[in-house]
Write a protein that binds this ligand. Structure first.
Ligand code: 5RP
Length: 225
């Protein structure tokens, strides 16, 4: 089964977990897309929910499909968040941020009672690190942060758009995609990166997800932390 079909199956399965009255964190990316569309269908069928998007793009999609949005200031506690991932390890530690929304995604995941990851089967790995780790930096600090990442064994590459200009996040910052290879201790690396001035956020999500719904062939597998 093609990857898109696995993504759709996972997204739709996650959308079924939302209950009447829930405040829902809406993830970003091509898998979360299917969850948002499925939630829009459920809203049209009578589901009462409100959403808090993890990106401007997801906010636009949610409005298009009829989901009412609120802000994190209005509701700083979220019942359930559904979001994608670039890599998922056996403890459900994640690499996220391929779509550049890692900072808002982490804020929303951390404010959620439950984070459900949706992914196709290619995202499940034995150890994190094959996918370059996205790190959001303020432009002022880019070179010092790059040097720090090299000293930690990573190879940073600033993310650019097709026209050669810097990719900017919804927060107006740059992204370093950092190739580390196999990350032996993701929690330790996460702590070091979090302690580095100039880094706004990094894409290691440690201990945040308790459930992953992974499209596999024509089934959806449940992985639990
Ligand atoms: C965006 C993300 C995405 O969830 C992640 O990149 C996975 O995306 P996709 O479902 O398109 O493979 O972290 O910042």
């Amino acid at each position: 089964m093609a990857r898109d079909e696995e993504k759709e199956a996972a997204g739709r399965a996650a959308a079924k977990l939302v209950r009447d009255g829930d405040v829902v964190g809406l993830g970003t990316g091509s898998t979360a897309y299917f969850a948002v569309v499925a939630l829009g269908e459920r809203v049209k069928a009578g589901l009462k929910m409100v959403g808090i998007p993890t990106s401007i793009k997801t906010g636009d999609l949610a409005r298009e499909v009829g989901i009412r949005l609120i802000t994190l200031d209005e509701h700083p506690e979220i019942d359930i968040t559904i979001d994608g991932a670039d890599e998922v390890d056996p403890k459900l530690n994640l690499i996220k941020g391929g779509g550049g929304a890692l900072t808002r995604e982490k804020v929303i995941a951390t404010a959620s009672r439950k984070m459900v990851v949706v992914a196709d089967s290619s995202k499940v790995v034995a150890a994190l690190g094959k996918f370059p780790l996205p790190v959001e930096v303020i432009a002022f600090a880019r070179t010092v942060v790059e040097n720090r990442i090299v000293s930690l064994g990573g190879a940073p590459k600033v993310r650019k758009k097709a026209d050669g200009s810097f990719y900017l996040t919804d927060n107006g910052n740059q992204i370093l995609d950092c190739s580390f290879g196999r990350i032996e201790d993701p929690a330790a690396l996460a702590r070091v990166l979090s302690d580095t001035p100039g880094i706004v956020e990094h894409g290691l999500f440690i201990g945040l997800a308790k459930l992953a719904l992974v499209g596999k062939g024509d089934a959806v597998e449940e992985l639990r932390a």
